[in-house]
Design a protein around this ligand. Structure first.
Ligand code: SAH
Ligand code: SF4
Length: 347
């Protein structure tokens, strides 16, 4: 049966008209589906019983549900496993920090891009998430944020499982609902989409002139080295990525966040820092240095503290904007994809 959340407001209106129902009901139904996120047509209490029965006979709502959650003792972050209607697991994280609560959400079940350091990459791709499944993660995490930390979400990062640019339409439609008055009306300035850097899709995204922020998972600024840890770089080599990002900057005038994973002996040498500084001369950037979060069966090591300091100081000496992000929630496997991978293994 069709998922009613795949219908636009106009499509719901058309459906009601065909059934001789009043057009204004469409807006009510839409509000129940998105602003209230009901799981069941019987919760639509201002509709007649007969209209609810009609909807039930034609459509389903296929919500995601929180099936597991765990809070870190160390840094207070929380991790959530969501189950889809077809019993697939995805994950989200809440990261509190002073006055902020950031939600990290997923766009695919698994990921086809097999980055060597990433737990999600070992799962392969199961399927794309629908716009409703992406939206509902934000809706549910917003409720959880209030319960766990006493206030609503302030920021959203699309940095969970999956590559958003391989599910671009659903991701953009979900963001439209998250930021729209029919949905959660959050500011796009507080949303960051992270990508491994697919050149063709980046240009397509640039052409939509997005208001949200972009982050690139760079992790190495030398072409061969990057290809060896991120196979996506073979078809999307650094010179093409630079060109796409220049175009992106021209279209959006926005500073681009560069995420850079410090892996011991592999991405944290002085020559790596030099290559990164050169890369960042092409457009305005903000660099996030990220500690590698160890993953079972993956052989990489964290950088030594003194190497992190050297790397950081070199970039600062080049007048770049750099922050170090300690990985959050290491005790709850909060790195990309780890929780869902663990749960699947135990199931
Ligand atoms: N596919 C997109 C969106 C997912 S973001 C992308 O790669 O950008 C997931 C982020 O977590 C990426 O920046 C990724 O590089 C990072 N990540 C993956 N495995 C990690 C690990 N073991 N430790 C720390 N960060 C990791
Ligand atoms: Fe996919 Fe991103 Fe993980 Fe690479 S880092 S495998 S692109 S989720």
């Amino acid at each position: 049966m069709q998922n009613i959340k795949e219908l636009s407001l106009d499509e719901i209106k058309d459906f009601l008209q065909q059934k001789n129902e009043k057009g204004f009901r469409a807006k009510q139904i839409y509000g129940w589906l998105w602003q209230k996120n009901v799981k069941d047509f019987d919760q639509m209490s201002n509709l007649s019983k007969s209209l609810r029965e009609l909807l039930k006979s034609e459509f389903e709502i296929k919500p995601i549900k929180i099936t597991y959650s765990v809070k870190s003792d160390k840094d207070n972050s929380s991790k959530y496993a969501f189950m889809t209607h077809d019993n697939l697991l995805i994950e989200g994280v809440l990261i509190p920090d002073k006055k902020r609560v950031t939600a990290c959400i997923s766009t695919q079940v698994g990921c086809p891009l097999t980055c060597k350091f990433c737990a999600t990459g070992t799962m392969g791709l199961k399927r794309n998430l629908t716009k409703a499944e992406i939206y509902e993660q934000v809706f549910l995490l917003n409720q959880e944020a209030t319960k766990a930390y006493g206030h609503e979400l302030t920021n959203i990062v699309i940095m969970g499982m999956g590559e958003p640019l391989l599910n671009l339409n659903n991701t953009l439609n979900a963001i439209e609902l998250i930021t729209g008055s029919d949905g959660l009306a959050m500011s796009p300035q507080r949303i960051t989409l992270s990508t491994s850097g697919l050149v063709k899709q980046l240009k397509r995204l640039a052409d939509t002139e997005p208001k949200f922020n972009l982050a690139i998972s760079l992790h190495s600024a030398t072409n061969n080295n990057r290809s060896s840890i991120m196979p996506v770089n073979i078809r999307n080599p650094l010179p093409a990525l630079v060109e796409a990002l220049k175009y992106y900057h021209k279209k959006t005038q926005k500073r681009i966040t560069i995420e850079y994973l410090l892996i011991g002996g592999l991405t944290d040498r002085l020559e790596d820092a030099k290559a990164l500084a050169d890369f960042c001369r092409n457009f305005p950037t903000k660099i996030n240095l990220i500690e590698f979060n160890p993953v079972e069966h993956i052989d990489y090591k964290k950088s030594k503290p003194k190497d992190i300091t050297k790397f950081h100081e070199f970039l600062l000496s080049k007048n770049l904007v750099v922050t170090i992000r300690r990985s959050k929630g290491q005790d709850i496997s909060a790195a990309c994809g780890q929780l869902a991978v663990e749960k699947e293994k135990n199931a």
